[in-house]
Design a protein around this ligand. Structure first.
Ligand code: UDP
Length: 227
């Protein structure tokens, strides 16, 4: 369905993990965006971002605001699919399948820490690489080579939206050309920070009451404009 002209796909966690498995088997490049209300508002006046979301292979519904809107429009979606919950699920599946996982983004050293914490949880998970890098286009060549050299099957990109999604749209096809194999890329926002405990997710009772946005606003008051 479309919310303010942004396509959002009604998928569950289990379906998303299965979808990734089928795409890794199939080859090609596949971009997943975790669409929350901030994405939708941003896309209203950022045509380049709107195009990236339009062309993304999968736009998962991340955020209760998206579920509320879908319900009000008479097309309820089954489940919220949050990037921060999806990432460990994909790491678990990666461990079982032998996929190589690359962690790109966040502040210096955080991607490495997040990767190692995931590996501590899912010991068979293969870390293709982990690196902060930078989302600006002048760093693209360096990052494309770095990631291509590792033959990653999945790359998690933590630059926040829209930078991470634009980065993936520009660079996933380039990585695939180098390696001549497929790759799935997902923008995961602040997930690495959550994993290493630099930023806390809302307590479970707040998540249940759909108040996670409030918790983030209290932790980072500057977010109010975006929210
Ligand atoms: N970030 C980065 N480089 C940048 C801008 C942001 O690595 O130039 C990282 C930042 O450290 C954080 C992540 O991007 O880990 C996303 O943060 P944000 O809260 O904006 O993302 P959201 O979860 O709202 O999508």
């Amino acid at each position: 369905m479309k919310i303010l002209d942004v396509r959002v796909d009604d998928v569950t966690y289990a379906e998303t993990v299965q979808w990734v498995a089928s795409k890794i088997d199939a080859g090609g490049t596949h971009l997943i965006a975790t669409v929350n209300p901030e994405f939708i508002m941003r896309a209203q006046n950022d045509a380049a971002f709107a195009k990236v979301l339009d062309e993304a292979a999968l736009n998962v519904p991340d955020g209760v605001g998206v579920l509320w809107a879908a319900k009000r429009m008479g097309q309820p979606m089954r489940e919220r699919v949050a990037g921060s919950t999806l990432l460990p699920m994909l790491c678990e599946r990666a461990a079982a399948e032998g996929w190589r996982v690359f962690f790109l983004g966040a502040a210096n050293g955080i991607a490495e820490q997040a990767a190692h914490l995931m590996q501590a949880r899912f010991s068979k998970m293969q870390i293709a690489g982990a690196y902060a890098g930078s989302p600006g286009a002048m760093h693209d060549d360096d990052l494309v080579r770095r990631i291509a050299d590792t033959h990653a099957d999945i790359v998690f990109v933590a630059y926040g939206a829209p930078a991470q999604d634009k980065w993936l749209a520009r660079n996933l096809p380039r990585i695939a050309r180098f390696t001549q194999s497929g790759i799935v890329g997902i923008g995961v926002g602040g997930t690495f920070d959550f994993i290493v405990g630099r930023r806390k997710r809302a307590p479970v009772w707040m998540q249940r009451l759909s108040l996670e946005w409030l918790h983030r606003l209290v932790q980072e008051p500057s977010r109010w404009r975006r929210q």
